[in-house]
Ligand binder design. Structure first.
Ligand SMILES: Cc1ncc(COP(=O)(O)O)c(C=O)c1O
Length: 451
């Protein structure tokens, strides 16, 4: 019989694990998932407070998605991407129907198999459509880790990709209400200054050379940064003024995370393209895509698209997407983030903040929240430096959570709380009680480190 320690050894010997130094890694071996929970090889249960990587929006093992995938397996597992295929047409229609263009102008979907590919292809489309080559993205952004997407990324997951392989990417400082790079705590002033800065960058870079501006409507793995009112609409107006295409990276925010099918809808901004992945299949199959508004997609009726992958519109991914969208509709899950989960998280995480000085900020929207830890609340001093080399006392938090049976995704002085949209209040309460306790342990570890 293979025991857990053997599986860990196998993993260490044969698998390269993303983002971490490989030696001495000791993490659970996950073998099963059901609803809000993951289970390891010893049968220990972990509440999934971050929906995997903010992706498993329907929780684990949702029957509707599994049934759709099973049925597709028996029927067809591959078809040439350049021929038409039944489930591909149906899924594209279902996605456009819930998009900001649905029932209006319309849109068309190009399928990929990841968020990174989707962003790279969207940039390619923007370059083809405008004849321009530069792309603007925010410093505090993540757009994927493949070479092109890593160049689009603003934060330090870009560094291992340097010198950059995608020329023409220019970064700017975006709105960050808790730590404004524009020296104001007043949202309206922050927005005004952030937009003025963007204008300066555009003018310094030559507006006529800029094809697209790519931005996460809510910054995801860099701390769930919800833009202040007027920021995204201000960006839309500036893009219109200079003929720059606006691409929203909705890889994390799409499919209900912000309390609407897309962040574009929640923030009432109509982009030119939307990139998506993760939640489209509740992460049960590796599907991504680019939605291109109809008025732009028509340009490809008379010229070749110039993009394609072996797995563009892979039948199994299509089936998973069709099943997932049916499940989202059946459970009203696109809205549940706004109607139910947002209120729970704001209140419950707010109580954790009230109790622990170390929590500097609780922020979020829909079912997408983060806690930011500080050593001094008044000065907002980060508990550990952003993008620094040391994790300081933060491992205490994640160790305590793991011990208590909770998984949550974090970076530097942040932890992301983004449960599946299917979560029940009692399940959330139990996991958040463990979070409360773990933050207490973090506080003790920090106090001890200061002696
Ligand atoms: C906003 C955003 N864009 C793109 C990506 C990259 O997606 P993938 O890992 O599927 O390439 C991610 C992944 O977390 C993301 O959060």
């Amino acid at each position: 019989m293979i025991v857990t320690e053997d599986l860990k050894t196998l993993h260490r010997d044969y698998v390269l694990t993303p983002w971490i130094a490989q030696g001495n890694v000791d993490v659970p071996v996950i073998v099963r998932g059901e609803g809000f929970y993951l289970y390891d090889a010893d049968g220990k249960r972990y509440a999934d407070l971050s929906s995997g990587l903010v992706a498993v929006n329907l929780g684990h093992g949702h029957r509707t998605v599994l049934d759709a995938m099973h049925a597709q397996i028996d029927q067809l597992c591959f078809s040439p991407p350049s021929w038409f295929q039944d489930s591909r047409a149906k899924l594209a229609q279902a996605i456009v129907a819930i998009s900001p263009w649905g029932g209006k102008e319309g849109a068309r979907v190009f399928f990929t198999s990841s968020g990174a590919q989707s962003n790279e292809d969207a940039v390619k489309f923007a370059r083809m459509l405008t004849g321009r080559h530069k792309v603007l993205t925010a410093y505090r952004s993540f757009h994927g880790a493949a070479a092109g997407a890593a160049a689009l990324t603003g934060e330090n997951r870009r560094w291992s990709n340097e010198p950059e392989t995608m020329p023409g990417v220019v970064h700017f400082w975006a709105n960050y209400p808790y730590r404004s790079p524009f020296h104001s705590e007043e949202p309206a002033v922050q927005v005004e200054r952030a937009l003025a800065h963007l204008r300066d960058v555009i003018s310094a870079e030559n507006p006529d050379s800029i094809a697209a501006l790519l931005i996460e409507p809510v910054v995801g793995s860099n701390g769930v940064i919800v833009p202040a009112d007027g920021y995204l609409s201000g960006i839309r107006a500036i893009c219109d003024e200079f003929g720059i295409l606006l691409i929203l990276d909705e890889v994390m925010t799409g499919f209900g995370r912000t309390g609407a099918a897309f962040g574009a809808i929640r923030f009432d901004v109509v982009p030119d393209m939307i990139t998506f992945a993760k939640g489209v299949t509740s992460a049960y199959a590796p599907l991504g895509g680019v939605m291109v508004r109809e008025s732009l997609a028509q340009a490809f009726d008379t010229r070749p698209l110039g993009a394609g992958h072996t797995y563009s519109g892979h039948p199994l991914n299509m089936a998973a997407g069709i099943g997932a969208i049916a499940a989202y509709h059946a459970g009203n899950y696109f809205e549940r983030g706004r109607t139910t989960i947002e209120g729970w998280l704001r209140t419950k995480l707010g109580k954790i903040k009230d109790k622990h000085e170390l929590v500097g900020d609780v922020r979020g929207i829909g079912a997408f929240f983060a806690l930011e830890f500080v050593s001094d609340r008044a000065k907002r001093t980060p508990l550990i430096p952003w993008q620094g080399k040391s994790m300081g006392v933060m491992p205490t938090l994640f160790g305590a959570l793991r011990k208590a049976g909770v998984y949550a995704f974090g970076r530097y002085n942040l932890i992301h709380i983004a449960p599946p949209l299917t979560v029940e209040e009692a399940e959330l309460d139990e996991a958040l009680a463990s979070l409360d306790d773990a933050v207490g342990q973090l506080e003790n570890a920090y106090a001890a480190s200061q002696k």
